[in-house]
Design a binder for this molecule. Structure first.
Ligand code: NAD
Length: 533
């Protein structure tokens, strides 16, 4: 098997500086950049639906079943026709991975880092093309699609550097006559099960983390975005990941996803998605299958019901645009999105009035229009679910604004602001995952934090305040994995805001942070008696 991997580093060994820095976003104000980006979006919109077959051991496999992804701004347009993996294909991919994994794990960390850095370089070359596809397949407005591609590049660059640090091991005590070393080895085969809302960055992060640590990886992309998932796998294979060590298994969650979770040879399940599916996976993965020789590790990044607290002395010129962006960018379909506004005392009326006014002017339209801020929601299921929550908002409180001047083709939902007195109401506690924010009033800052902390989720949270003691109190007491003070609560950057929640928002270390890779390896200690007898 070792023969399937070249002995030296890949031909293209990217320039490498030890310091990580984030990929700069495209300057979409520049006419030249806009033109290039626009051409990529138009090309993605015009091109005929492309096939995304399974890829197992480098072989492209058609399946009988098929899943079509469509443009959420124009659902009559099929973007990609993907294969539909079942248990048999999962078995086959895992067998190939089991054969290839040892040789991949035996390569040096530097070799694997080079492969992933090369993938980053390819993504940079194809940056507009990848973002253009996201605009059409995921309904992401331009700036959001661009940011997703940048984040994918960041994950490659960051984990490539992190694995080199990990390769140095960790310091342990030494004693006379004894040598101790602490190092890390790969775990085996990783199943990466991804959502659609960051269709390149999230799968890229989970897959490259698994790969740099020497694991083989099986990617199950979301049903809605197999086309972007395919492009990621093609790039990683082109960059030099051995074909057996990486499989592409598009399919239905309950079929391909469940088969991966149940498979006794899968060691790590890296899941990002909803709370309900995440909890189900954690339960199923706890069962030790026949012949299984390890306990499965589950990393589950799940949903949120994120609150922004606006203090009595908050700067509303700063707060309102940040809340609008946090609540409505990408139609509120970010796990980090603001879905509760909790305002303290008299500031409630002022901030809510201004939020309602700002919501009336936020630009809603097809994702392909460069001016669009709020594009469509991902599919009909989401469209109906959010519509039901708009009704629930009327029953549980009052709808202050619900935009109706929105396109009538495509899965468009008008940005909505609701008010509610009961912090335990469904609209104030359940993840809606759409452009709907609920406003709640609190008598004082302490009560505002209590309300913010009253759901089982703990993903992101924000505070606008000019009072240092309140800022300190929120930093200490707010129940959230990522807390933002006097800024928007979305847009975490790799290495700067490592991302992830706790409570029922997730279990595992933060993506894009210094502990993340540890989850994909096993630590081992070697002790040698060095005292000569
Ligand atoms: P989802 O849970 O419906 O699906 C996620 C993935 O799981 C998909 O690939 C799906 O096919 C698969 N899946 C579904 N059922 C499965 C099963 N029984 N076994 C195995 N796999 C299964 O989520 P989604 O709609 O794709 O994404 C939106 C959700 O993801 C939101 O709740 C959002 O908050 C969350 N999310 C969280 C983070 C985070 O970092 N915490 C990031 C992005 C999205």
């Amino acid at each position: 098997m070792a023969g399937s991997i070249p002995a030296s580093s890949p031909a293209f060994s990217p320039a490498f500086s030890p310091a990580f820095s984030n990929e700069p976003f495209a300057d979409l104000r520049s006419a030249e950049v806009r033109e290039k980006f626009g051409a990529a979006v138009s090309a993605a919109a015009r091109s005929a639906a492309f096939e995304a077959p399974l890829i197992i051991a480098g072989e492209r496999l058609a399946t009988q079943g098929r899943i079509d992804s469509v443009d959420p701004s124009d659902p009559g347009r099929v973007v990609c026709r993907s294969g539909r993996a079942g248990r048999a294909e999962v078995d086959r991919a895992v067998e190939a991975a089991a054969r290839a994994q040892g040789a991949w794990a035996a390569t040096s960390p530097r070799y694997r880092a080079d492969v992933v850095l090369r993938a980053a370089a390819i993504m940079r070359e194809k940056r507009c093309e990848l973002a253009g596809l996201e605009v059409i397949e995921a309904g992401k407005p331009w700036t959001q699609a661009d940011a997703d591609v940048c984040e994918a590049i960041d994950f490659c660059e960051y984990y490539a550097r992190e694995v080199l640090l990990l390769a140095e091991g960790a310091p342990v005590l030494q004693a006379p006559g004894e040598s101790n070393s602490y190092g890390y080895q790969s775990r085996g085969i990783v199943a990466a099960i991804a959502p659609w809302n960051f269709p390149l960055a999230i799968p890229c992060g989970m897959v490259t983390a698994g790969l740099v640590c020497g694991n083989a990886v099986m990617l199950k992309p979301a049903e809605q975005t197999p086309g972007v998932g395919l492009r990621l796998i093609e790039i990683l294979l082109e960059a030099g990941v051995p074909s057996g060590a990486l499989a592409f298994l598009p399919g239905v969650g309950e079929e391909a996803g469940a088969a991966l979770v149940d498979h006794p040879q899968i060691s790590v399940i890296a899941f990002t998605g909803s709370k309900d599916v995440g909890l189900q996976i954690i339960e199923r993965a706890a069962v030790t299958g026949r012949g299984q020789r390890h306990v499965k590790k589950v990393i589950a990044e799940m949903g949120g019901k994120n609150a922004v607290v606006v203090d009595a002395d908050a700067d509303l010129d700063l707060a309102v645009p940040a809340i609008v962006d946090s609540a409505f960018a990408y139609a509120g379909q970010k796990c980090s999105a603001a879905s509760r506004l909790i305002a303290v005392g008299d500031v409630y009326d002022a901030v809510v009035d201004r939020l309602v006014e700002a919501t009336r002017s936020v630009r809603v339209g097809p994702a392909s229009d460069p001016e669009t801020v709020v594009g469509p929601v991902i599919d009909e299921i989401a469209f109906r679910r959010i519509g039901r929550y708009q009704e629930i908002a009327r029953e549980e409180g009052e709808v202050l604004v619900q935009r109706t001047d929105i396109p009538d083709t495509g899965w468009f939902v008008g940005p909505t602001v609701a008010a509610c007195e009961d912090p335990d109401a469904r609209i104030a506690t359940e993840e809606i995952f759409g452009p709907l924010i609920v406003c709640l009033r609190a008598d004082d800052f302490g009560r505002a934090l209590e309300i913010a902390n009253s759901t089982p989720y703990a993903l992101t949270g924000g505070v606008f305040s000019r009072t240092p003691a309140h800022i300190r109190q929120a930093s200490e007491q707010m129940r959230a994995g990522n807390i933002y003070i006097n800024r928007k609560i979305t847009g975490a950057l790799v290495g700067r805001q490592p991302f992830g929640g706790y409570g029922l928002s997730g279990v595992g270390s933060k993506a894009g942070g210094p502990d993340y890779l540890l989850q994909f390896c096993e630590p081992r200690v070697i002790t040698e008696n060095t005292a000569r007898p």
